[in-house]
Design a protein around this ligand. Structure first.
Ligand SMILES: [Zn+2]
Length: 337
C-alpha cells in the first residue's frame, strides 16, 4: 500500500505539470481531491494497513493530501487573478510585440480639418469620384476653351465630357446647391485626379477639402474671418496672414491666402522658398453664374467657397519633403505618425 501511495504521488506530480488552464485544474480536482477521488480512497483503505506501518503510511498519505490541496489552491488563485501562466513558463523570455495599426497621416490631417470645421458649424457633404463634364466644368463657369478641359490635364473615362475623374472637389458644391436650398454651410472632403507628372511636389491623385457657405448677405469679410479662424486653429495663434487677388472661374472676386511660414517664423527657408509665406487656401465669393446654374437667385443670396489641398497641409504639418512618401506605404515612414 505504501508503494501504491508513492506511485500515486508521482502520478499527481506529473499531472500538475500538465495543468495549463482552469479546465485542467477542474479535472485534476475531480480525479484526486473529491470525496471519492484517488487520494481519499487510500484513507478509506487505512484499515487494511498492517498495524506496525499504520503511522508511517498515515504520514505519507497526509503529506500527499496536503501537497495536492496546496497545488490546487495555489493554481486556482493564480487563474482567478487572470494569469494563465503555468509554473514551467519562462517569464524571462522577451514578449511578443503586437503591432497596432494607425490612421494614415493624410487621413489624420483630413480628420483634424473636418473636426475644426465641424466645430465652426460646417456639416460634411460628399459626391462621386467619377463625374461628368457638366458638374466638373460647365456648371462651375469654366469657359468651353478652358485648358483644364484638355486631355493633357484631365483623366477622361469616356469621350470628352461624358465621364471623367473629378479634377477638384468643387463639383460637390454644385450637387449640394442643386439638392438643398440655402442656407448651406458644408465642407466637402474629396479625392481628386489630375493628369500630372508625378514628382516630389505633385501626384496624379490627391485630396482636397472644399468649403461652401450660402446665405443672405454673406460677405468677403466673413470668408476672411472663417479661413483665418480655421488656420489659427490648425497652425497656431501666432500665425500671420495675407490675401492676394487670384482667379478661379467659379468665384468672383477670388483670392489666395498665405500664412506666415511656421517652419522658419517668416525669416525664409527652403520650404517657403525664402519668401517667409506659405500658400494655404484658394477662395472667393461664389460666382453669380454658378448660383444661377443651381437655381439660387444671386440678387437674394451670396456665398463664399474655399479649397485646401490636404496633402499640402500634411507636408507642412509633418515636415515630409516628398509627397510620394505618403503613398509608397513604407511602414518605416508611416509608423512615425
Ligand atoms: Zn519658411
Amino acid at each position: 500500500m505504501e508503494q501504491e501511495i508513492l506511485e500515486l504521488r508521482k502520478k499527481i506530480e506529473e499531472k500538475v505539470k500538465l495543468i495549463r488552464k482552469t479546465e485542467d485544474l477542474e479535472s485534476f480536482r475531480l480525479e484526486y481531491l473529491v470525496r471519492k477521488g484517488a487520494v481519499q480512497s487510500f484513507f478509506d483503505r487505512m484499515k487494511e494497513a498492517p498495524k506496525e506501518r499504520k503511522a508511517a503510511i498515515g504520514k505519507i498519505l497526509n503529506e500527499l493530501r496536503n501537497y495536492s490541496e496546496n497545488v490546487y489552491k495555489e493554481l486556482k488563485e493564480r487563474y482567478e487573478q487572470g494569469s494563465q501562466a503555468s509554473p514551467d513558463i519562462d517569464l524571462t523570455l522577451p514578449g511578443k510585440r503586437n503591432f497596432i495599426g494607425a490612421a494614415h497621416p493624410v487621413n489624420q490631417i483630413m480628420q483634424e480639418m473636418v473636426d475644426i470645421f465641424n466645430s465652426m458649424g460646417f456639416s460634411v457633404a460628399e459626391g462621386p469620384d467619377i463625374e461628368d463634364g457638366y458638374h466638373n466644368f460647365d456648371a462651375l463657369n469654366f469657359p468651353p476653351d478652358h485648358p483644364a478641359r484638355d486631355m493633357q490635364d484631365t483623366f477622361f473615362i469616356e469621350s470628352k465630357n461624358n465621364a471623367l475623374l473629378r479634377t477638384h472637389s468643387s463639383p460637390v458644391q454644385i450637387r449640394l446647391m442643386k439638392a438643398q436650398k440655402p442656407p448651406i454651410r458644408s465642407i466637402m472632403p474629396a479625392r481628386v485626379y489630375r493628369n500630372e507628372a508625378i514628382s516630389a511636389r505633385s501626384l496624379a491623385e490627391f485630396h482636397q477639402i472644399e468649403g461652401l457657405y450660402i446665405n443672405k448677405g454673406v460677405t468677403f469679410a466673413e470668408l476672411k474671418g472663417t479661413v483665418i479662424a480655421f488656420a489659427k486653429k490648425m497652425y497656431g495663434e501666432q500665425s500671420k496672414f495675407r490675401f492676394r487677388p487670384s482667379f478661379f472661374p467659379f468665384t468672383e472676386p477670388s483670392a489666395e491666402m498665405d500664412i506666415s511660414c511656421f517652419l522658419c517664423g517668416g525669416r525664409g527657408c527652403r520650404i517657403c522658398k525664402h519668401s517667409g509665406w506659405l500658400e494655404v487656401v484658394g477662395c472667393g465669393m461664389v460666382h453669380p453664374n454658378v448660383l444661377k446654374e443651381c437655381d439660387i437667385d444671386p440678387e437674394i443670396y451670396t456665398g463664399y467657397a474655399f479649397g485646401f489641398g490636404i496633402e499640402r497641409v500634411a507636408l507642412l504639418k509633418t515636415g515630409i519633403d516628398d509627397i510620394r512618401l505618403f503613398y509608397q506605404n513604407d511602414v518605416r515612414v508611416l509608423e512615425q505618425f
